[in-house]
Design a protein around this ligand. Structure first.
Ligand code: ZN
Length: 334
């Protein structure tokens, strides 16, 4: 039997794009001879198949075993335990997750209103949340769309998301573990796709990922994503806390961050205004990079009025875009 994620939304092999068959414990591609497993009703459609470390596997096992009895906060403690973070970082991280509803609601609200301001309406029947993490953005999207699919490359994040969605009493979200550069959906499956805090973690895959999102969008479908600016002059770099970090040559950045903070920085690559435009231009012929609502980042709403005033001042707007803290990428498929 062919695997259907939702009525009207079929799943395809991420490797060869042929339909997947439902088998015991997962789905199967007879062309590639790959069985993709299912865990807690989450299909793991990552391709190429990931190498899971022992530590990661034991964490996933513990979260799976305790899933029914543990709350979101308790699962989160299991998730953070292995990360060997300082007490302060754990406290900040717990707080970050607990406030995700509020932040995601503002962000998705901004995506919708700014997108409609430039491109008008789109179909809200099927929406895709790329890099959905622990589910905040998917829940906010599910309040505005009929059916939502959240994908993420981390299974442990999706287990958290599943709990978060259950606790939010939302029923129109499906979760799939997948890489955004190999989406397991057919072409023109979605009317809208979003990415929250994703653009800075796609490294050199940006072109492939935007290409896959474009393929899965229907004609007239929309894409919106926020992106912290590499050349931000107003705020410290969000992952390291270091000001003006993006002005260093790229190859120096990971080593510099490790020296100052002791943390890894290999999987973060903030895009500049020019870079994000170039990524969108690779696939979409209708796109723009605009200033976001800074209220979506928790700043006072009155500050948005000043920013808005710049938007009508051609060259000043472009200069501000080069050095502003964040960008909003919008694109529409013809
Ligand atoms: Zn296949």
């Amino acid at each position: 039997m062919v695997e259907v994620l939702l009525s009207g939304l079929q799943l395809y092999c991420p490797a060869c794009k042929n339909p997947l068959r439902n088998v015991e414990g997962g789905v199967y591609c007879s062309f590639c001879n790959i069985k993709y497993p299912r865990l807690l009703d989450i299909l793991d459609l990552r391709y190429p198949r990931p190498e899971v470390s022992k530590l990661e596997q034991s964490q996933i096992d513990e979260m799976t075993k305790g899933f029914a009895s543990l709350s979101f906060d308790e699962l989160l403690q299991v998730f953070l335990r292995e990360a060997q973070l300082s007490k302060r970082v754990v406290k900040d991280t717990l707080n970050y997750y607990r406030t995700q509803t509020e932040r995601a609601e503002k962000m998705v609200g901004m995506f919708f209103s700014r997108y409609q301001e430039f491109y008008g309406s789109f179909s809200t029947d099927y929406a895709l949340d790329v890099g959905c993490g622990s589910g905040g953005g998917s829940v906010a999207l599910a309040k505005r769309c009929k059916e939502v699919v959240g994908i993420d490359s981390h299974l442990s994040q999706l287990i958290l998301a599943k709990k978060f969605i259950e606790q939010s009493d939302i029923r129109n979200i499906r979760l799939v573990c997948a890489y955004a550069q190999c989406l397991p959906f057919g072409k023109e499956s979605f009317g809208f796709a979003q990415g929250i805090n994703v653009m800075e973690h796609i490294e050199d895959m940006a072109g492939a990922i935007i290409g896959e999102i474009w393929r899965c969008l229907e004609s007239g479908g929309g894409f919106a994503a926020d992106s912290r600016n590499r050349f931000d002059i107003f705020l410290p770099e969000p992952h390291s806390g270091i000001r003006f970090l993006g002005f260093l040559p790229r190859r120096w950045i990971p080593g510099f961050v490790r020296q100052i903070t002791g943390n890894h920085y290999e999987h973060t690559r903030l895009l500049s205004y020019r870079e994000i435009e170039a990524v969108l231009a690779g696939c979409f012929n209708e796109y723009r990079v605009v200033l976001p609502y800074i209220s979506a980042y928790g700043r006072p709403a009155r500050m948005d009025r000043w920013v808005r005033a710049f938007e009508h001042c051609g060259i000043l707007n472009r200069i501000l875009l080069c050095f502003f803290s964040a960008h909003l990428a919008l694109a529409r498929k013809h």
